[in-house]
Design a protein around this ligand. Structure first.
Ligand code: ZN
Length: 375
């Protein structure tokens, strides 16, 4: 996908119209609306968020993990997200969905990854003919224990007729940015980057993955080759809607107490293991995230980690808790045409970026990641 598409006149026309309506909407709700026109927003740092994070002495081992996390790049995260939004809402079954999968795969390959695709049949909820669908993943192969892995996921399909920028371009870009950051980093264990399709129709892509691949875990194929098409799952970390925590009732700016919500499901077979994984993410956030804190909750719901929760430690990261907040209208752009790149400010993008720092900080420790030439 060429960068030139960013300058397509029709797209610009559409974006300007929407930017205008956003500005008008904002003008009626907040005095800070003038800032939007200049693309200016208070940095989270300005709100002294940074003062409550960190504060922990780092050991040499912590510093080595920080070197890995520091490879994440805020502008790169935004650029990947902008690239995804070029395909519109990427609704499953559409040409824009298929082209987005090709684009995602090309980026992953461009960073040096071998990729694979899961093929499955999708039958719409109301019935009708089953149709073929697919989704893409890439794998960072561990140098010492290649037969074990963490799965880092997000759904690349969207809906709403806009750009599905937040739901779930924000999670997809997060997973891709972590893949980019890890491309030339050594890891003892493997990491798989999964970009699910058909989340919006009932988690069909993630379910298909579990159905097809759970039984293949840990099998060396061919025997003696040291290759594991499906390394044993150690944990699954899902990312869905990462940018927007404007409180509820909703305010114009990112809320002063905005945070990353880490959820697991208490009513699952692997609740204890999932809680332990969530705690590792919470601790990684305090140590390695730059702007926003994280909190834990135990009611994970309606996301692609669900199909994994009885088989392996499974958690999800979000801007808000799905049942208590998102489900109570905490995000007015959810599944709306206004879920556009231009709807969000840098303070919003930075919440997603902090979730990337959180996940990579935890996973880098778990897979023993080391920057080449580093400690
Ligand atoms: Zn979603």
């Amino acid at each position: 996908m060429s960068n030139r598409l960013y300058f397509s006149p029709t797209l610009w026309g559409r974006l300007s119209l929407i930017a205008l309506s956003v500005a008008v909407l904002a003008a009626t709700t907040a005095p800070a609306a003038q800032d939007r026109g200049r693309g200016q927003q208070a940095r989270p740092d300005d709100r002294r968020v940074r003062g409550v994070l960190g504060g922990l002495e780092m050991t040499a081992a912590d510093t080595a993990i920080k070197e890995v996390v520091d490879r994440l790049d805020f502008d790169s995260y935004k650029e990947i997200l902008l690239g995804l939004t070029e395909f519109g809402d990427r609704e499953q079954g559409t040409e824009r969905n298929a082209r987005a999968i090709d684009w995602i795969e090309a980026q992953l390959q461009g960073w040096g990854y071998e990729t694979g695709r899961i093929h499955y049949q999708f039958t719409p909820r109301g019935g009708g003919e089953a149709e073929p669908r697919e989704e893409v993943y890439a794998t960072k192969v561990g140098s010492e224990v290649p037969g074990e892995m963490y799965i880092i996921g997000a759904h690349m399909d969207g809906r709403g007729g806009g750009q599905a920028a937040n739901d779930d371009g924000s999670g997809t870009a997060l997973v891709m940015e972590i893949a980019r950051a890890l491309a030339d980093v050594r890891t003892a264990r493997s990491v798989r980057f999964a970009l699910w399709n058909n989340e919006e129709t009932g988690l069909n892509g993630a379910r298909a993955y579990v159905e097809q691949r759970a039984a293949l875990q840990g099998i060396e194929e061919p025997a003696g080759s040291g290759q594991y098409p499906e390394p044993t799952w150690l944990g699954m970390i899902q990312h869905d809607m990462m940018l927007w925590d404007h409180g509820n009732p909703v305010t114009y700016n990112q809320a002063l107490d905005a945070d990353v919500d880490i959820e697991f499901q208490l009513a699952s077979e692997k609740a204890d293991e999932s809680a332990a994984l969530a705690l590792k993410l919470l601790n990684a956030n305090r140590m390695f995230a730059t702007d926003y804190p994280a909190v834990m909750s135990n009611a994970m719901s309606s996301t692609d980690s669900g199909p994994f929760q009885d088989l392996v430690a499974a958690v999800s990261l979000r801007e808000n808790r799905r049942l208590y907040e998102t489900g109570n209208r905490a995000n007015p752009h959810w599944h709306q045409p206004t879920d556009l790149f231009v709807t969000f400010s840098d303070a919003d993008f930075r919440l997603g970026f902090n979730a990337a720092q959180t996940t990579l900080g935890a996973v880098a420790r778990l897979v023993e990641a080391r920057v080449e030439g580093g400690r």
